[in-house]
Design a protein around this ligand. Structure first.
Ligand code: SF4
Ligand code: F3S
Ligand code: FES
Length: 248
């Protein structure tokens, strides 16, 4: 069964833009990305949209649908009524390049600022056997497809451009938590998370977890445990004393 849907799509570039109205045909089983492609094919051949896999795995097609950060390829048209107007806009937290395409290089910059896994220098290959429990602790975080929807939705940067400098965002605080949970990592991730990547800005609103297409429990399993680890080292008097003595 086909019907005509009302779409409102943001068109423009870094200098200016506006919402434009379109009426587009929708077929059974389609997702929002199909409709955007039909728009390109029939009415707006220069409409810019980024996508790759159309299977929810490359993380390219991130945008906002009715103001909510979503993957265009994983949002079924059947989730809307046939009469409602569907508004598609670019990610709000990042600068627009053109139409639905944003410059997400903020995220690559943050990724570069996190030192990679650092096992002890004298550890010989095969000397340490990883336990399953240690693998499981961070396995969930590895499902991340780097769509940056969590980064886009977190109010710390969504409404406050000025915080971008000092806040890495949920995706990268989760990366630090993953490294901190690794039994062989030898860097001080807790201090980095708190002092260099703005863990303290996170007030556990969980919006990041709500929009994650991989259903990663970013807040419960990465951010809150990381906050607890920081609190343990900084405010537990016994740990604090131990650190003090060790540093001498
Ligand atoms: Fe996307 Fe989830 Fe990864 Fe954030 S944690 S970038 S929402 S997959
Ligand atoms: Fe932001 Fe997620 Fe924390 S949305 S405030 S990083 S819980
Ligand atoms: Fe790859 Fe949507 S096109 S996640």
């Amino acid at each position: 069964m086909s019907y005509d849907a009302k779409f409102r799509v943001w068109r423009g570039d870094a200098t200016a833009g506006e919402l434009r109205d379109f009426t587009v045909a929708v077929n059974e089983g389609e997702v929002v990305l199909d409709i955007i492609h039909r728009l390109q094919a029939t009415q707006a051949s220069d409409l810019a949209v980024r996508w790759n896999c159309k299977a929810g795995k490359c993380g390219s097609c991130s945008a906002e649908i009715n103001g909510r950060p979503r993957l265009l390829c994983m949002t079924r048209m059947s989730t809307f009524t046939e009469t409602e107007t569907i508004t598609v806009t670019p990610l709000r937290a990042f600068p627009v390049i053109r139409d639905l395409v944003t410059d997400v290089s903020f995220n690559y910059q943050k990724a570069r600022e996190i030192p990679s896994f650092a096992p002890p220098k004298d550890l010989a290959p095969g000397e340490y056997r990883m336990q399953q429990v240690d693998v499981q602790r961070s396995q969930e975080f590895r499902k991340c497809i780097e769509c940056f929807l969590c980064q886009d939705t977190c109010h710390v940067v969504r409404d406050h451009e000025e915080n971008k400098e000092s806040f890495a965002g949920p995706r990268f605080l989760m990366r630090i938590a993953e490294l901190d949970m690794h039994p062989l990592d030898s860097l001080d991730r807790k201090r980095q998370a708190q002092d260099e990547h703005g863990l303290g800005f996170c007030n556990i609103t969980k919006c990041c977890s709500d929009v994650c297409p991989e259903h990663i429990k970013i807040t419960d399993n990465a951010l809150i445990p990381m906050k607890e680890r920081v609190a343990d080292t900084r405010y537990d008097p016994l740990v604090w004393l131990g650190n003090k003595i060790r540093r001498r």
